[in-house]
Write a protein that binds this ligand. Sequence first.
Ligand code: HXC
Ligand code: NAP
Length: 306
Amino acid sequence: MTPFSMDDLMFRPGLMSGERILITGGGTGLGKVMAEACLMLGATVYICGRRGGVVEASARELMDAHGGRCVGLACDIRVPEAIEAMLDQIWADGGALTGLVNNAAGNFISRTEDLSPRAFDAIANIVFRGTFFVTQGCGKRWIAEGQKASVVSILTTWIWNGGPFTVPSAMSKAAVATMSQSLAVEWGSHGIRFNNIAPGPFPTEGMSARLNPGGEGQERSNAYGDMSANPMGRVGDMRELANLAVYLLHPLSAYVNGQTIAIDGAAWQATGGNFSRLRAWGDAEWKAARDSIQRTNEKDRAQRTV
Ligand code: HXC
Ligand code: NAP
């Protein structure tokens, strides 16, 4: 991905100076572009993931391109003790965070009847459980210190109309939406606010390999749908997502609380924005998809350091 320049951002240089932002899963894909925008605008940025080499290389790449301070941390958010250790390390490294982006996730397409308990847990433990424990860990610290903060969670439009063939993800994202709405009210008086972004298709390696297996790089027509059916006729542009995230993280959006903003070109209103068209697949297509997804999972697992 080409590095952003200031022309890609709608904000003035230094806008995020003094902000301290943690982006889970920030070493790749959407998390990495949100990290890049925050860094370019002067924030100190922390990114975490299970593949220590990936987060460290991304942090280095972003600092080489833009300067500033981006710290890569190896952490598995499925493990509450590991989250606590990471947050202790961040707080010891310059004080409280001012923003959190719940972006880390796992997902793959599968017929629901084919999911084993371990397959369900593989997704729910990251998205449903892990997101809660990262949020709670930050919230406890913010409340104790009287620190205001903004939490942005990356969801999907399936929270509104369901996610056929991605049921553990859709269920978990819907639960995170409920967490955000609940805490927007419960912690609003502490100045801690919660908003969600529900992206449509933004091609990333992690997403394409698991949601469009075998068709990586086919941005216009894939398992997710035919992009000509999207009212905007295209997939998302990373700059559009990054600018929205910066807006929600910045203190000047402080009266925006408890909201979910879709960024999908109105795809879900037009087409459902989910994998309903995979109803046409038979056993052969599902076997090929599963084999391809599992090859990606194995490759990624081999790079994990935690
Ligand atoms: C059925 C599958 C499967 C598949 C894995 N499993 N892939 N079952 N169909 N395609 C089963 C395995 O057989 C195993 O169960 C269980 O799931 C756990 O698999 P592991 O590979 O051991 O899991 P793990 O190493 O924990 O990896 C977690 C993961 C992996 C979620 C499975 O995909 C991952 O790490 N993903 C992180 C990145 C990611 O997913 N990014 C995409 C986000 S995109 P058994 O019982 O056999 O042992 C996104 C976009 C949404 O969310 C919107 C798009 C428009
Ligand atoms: P991605 O590149 O695969 O990003 C997922 C990130 O989460 C990876 O960096 C991964 O790193 C990290 N992660 C997974 N499990 C983790 C764990 N247990 N602990 C810590 N980090 C973990 O995919 P993406 O497309 O950018 O997705 C980012 C977010 O956007 C996700 O929430 C996804 O659901 C959402 N989304 C994406 C799209 C899209 O079109 N791309 C659309 C809608 C929503 P490790 O594997 O190294 O841990």
